[in-house]
Write a protein that binds this ligand. Structure first.
Ligand SMILES: [Zn+2]
Length: 276
């Protein structure tokens, strides 16, 4: 798109206007046909290719401005009991290929020989990554529709959270309603990125009122770039996110989320299939 609507007063915004005052427009622009939130996409030039700056959005299906956004794949299907979900944050695909330290545990041997544990195949939980949970939510915001339980572990078995999955899943619009400082699984869509006083803000929309993910630690930001193979943070604009973190509220009432490590986070990035 070359023109979008500046939501607060309904006026048109084009590329030169946006570039003149990005802080005013960031998070406050929408498609002029379907009204979906929009974001600015920088132009770039390579030897073979010249892309002009423009605006993008996840347009409504019927929108004439619609371009096709394709999510990257969701990983392997899993099997097991779908009402009993197991998430091991240390086994997510984006993890670097670090070699785990050798186990210090030795197999227990009783005087009567090796102890054996028998498992019933039907008792296996369904192993899922955060990323796969996010894919389910993207297809069906009411996922899971039954009383599926979740057990999420990290760091070799430490329980991060455990209970009814639906009680932990909080869409971006519900962040204001959850108890502050308690671990939840937040999900939503990043609209724009902003750096302010050295801190990185991944914003769902208007940074003054709508939720954000705050990354204050420079090392965490570096991990984010590396683990998700980002060349530019702006690649996260328009991406769906899921993050295990805790909610905070700024003085003005704006909710934001903090998290500890990149393994607590997953994205579904979209790419533009064809420009229309
Ligand atoms: Zn549209």
């Amino acid at each position: 798109m070359e023109t979008v609507i500046y939501v607060p007063d309904g006026t048109d915004c084009n590329v030169p206007l946006y570039l003149h005052d990005p802080d005013k427009f960031r998070g406050n622009i929408a498609c002029d046909i379907c009204g979906e939130k929009s974001w600015f996409v920088k132009g770039f030039t390579t030897e073979k290719y010249n892309r002009a700056p423009c605006f993008a959005a996840h347009h409504a299906n019927s929108c004439d401005n619609k371009i096709t956004l394709i999510a990257d794949d969701d990983g392997d299907p899993t099997s097991g009991d779908p009402a009993n979900i197991h998430i091991d944050l240390d086994k997510q695909r984006k993890q670097t290929i670090a070699v785990p330290p050798p186990s210090t545990k030795t197999a227990k041997q009783s005087r009567w020989g090796t102890t054996r544990a028998y498992t019933n195949v039907g008792d296996y939980p369904e192993n899922k990554s955060l990323r796969q949970i996010l894919a389910c939510l993207s297809r069906n915001p009411n996922y899971p529709e039954d009383d599926a339980t979740v057990k999420m572990v990290a760091d070799g078995g430490r329980i991060v959270l455990q209970g009814v999955l639906a009680d932990y899943l909080i869409p971006q619009g519900g962040i204001s309603d959850v108890p502050l400082g308690e671990a939840r699984i937040f999900w939503g869509r990043i609209n724009n990125i902003n750096k302010y006083n050295g801190a990185l803000w991944l914003n769902c929309g208007d940074y003054k009122t709508e939720p954000s993910i705050l990354i204050e630690d420079e090392e965490l930001e570096d991990d984010l770039m590396q683990d998700f193979r980002l060349k530019d943070l702006e690649e996260l604009q328009g991406a769906d996110f899921i993050v295990v973190g805790v909610a905070f509220k700024a003085q003005a009432g704006k909710p934001y989320i903090k998290f500890g490590f990149t393994k607590y986070l997953a994205f579904r990035k979209y790419r533009v299939d064809q420009v229309g």
